[in-house]
Design a protein around this ligand. Sequence first.
Ligand code: NDP
Length: 315
Amino acid sequence: RKGNVVVTGASSGLGLATAKALAETGKWNVIMACRDFLKAEKAAKAAGMPKDNYTVMHLNLASLESVRQFVKTFRYSGMPLDVLVCNAAVYLPTASEPTYTAEGFEMSVGVNHLGHFLLARELLEDLKTSDYPSKRLIIVGSITGNTNTLAGNVPPKANLGDLRGLAGGLNGPNGSTMIDGGRFDGAKAYKDSKVCNMLMMQEFHRRYHEDTGIAFASLYPGCIATTGLFREHIPLFRLLFPPFQKYITKGFVSEDEAGKRLAQVVSDPSLTKSGVYWSWNKHSASFENQLSEEASDPEKARRVWELSEKLVGLA
Ligand code: NDP
């Protein structure tokens, strides 16, 4: 049978390119989990994705109720779940004030981390029962959360601090909207959320890999300077960022190429190792990359896991 893979945020950018790469192999049914149903359907058609190889399902990660509803709808479809890709994200670098999810969490961490955390925890049960030979749970990470890299050292740097803001539920005005309890900063909130993504992948690995055989992985697909992720940025940045990445840092990667990389992590028989953060060298060969100290701190991972469980109603 075809494999069933859920990809969140498959209506544009990396998610769409990945969905397309997988659908075109004919070996996958891609469940495109998107907040805008019509946009996803149009994007799939415009990308020329074979109709029999994808299904669009509604998921808004900015609402935990929507996450629970998605899980119900998916189960109702009767499809087994073989691979889950947590890809969707928001990046709000120019926001001067925080915005909030339905439950009142700051938006970047609420969508990128908490929404995905609940989704992944719920769908873990479905992955466990699938009879697919190579089950995987993938959480897209980023270099920007890794302070052991040049890109990760551009201020404001990721820093989860002692997690006091997360413990307080990330919802000002009296509690802080930032994980470390500091003042709201949209660019930092995004980086912090990516550190949480990478920490959670490792915590899933520690807690569940041995018993379930599921491979947990994260990756940095390269700098895809053309995606909608930068839509909130100032116009000059949007104009200069792609050529800067292409010619100066040489970290630029096309959406197509990045989609192929993530598709490899979904289906390549050689990328089955669990607990790994994948990156690609300049010849587009994959390798196991090192995470920064904070993004690989097991004690921090455990505490983020426990606090997040409380916030999403799992504990
Ligand atoms: P895009 O903005 O193109 O894609 C993000 C996707 O997430 C969109 O499909 C968007 O939906 C979806 N999304 C946003 N909010 C929600 C929500 N509340 N519920 C459901 N879906 C939502 O950005 P990219 O493709 O660049 O980003 C994809 C991933 O790649 C992210 O995890 C990002 O951190 C990561 N990444 C990107 C890099 C880059 O250089 N671009 C580098 C490293 C990592 P909609 O289409 O409706 O807006």
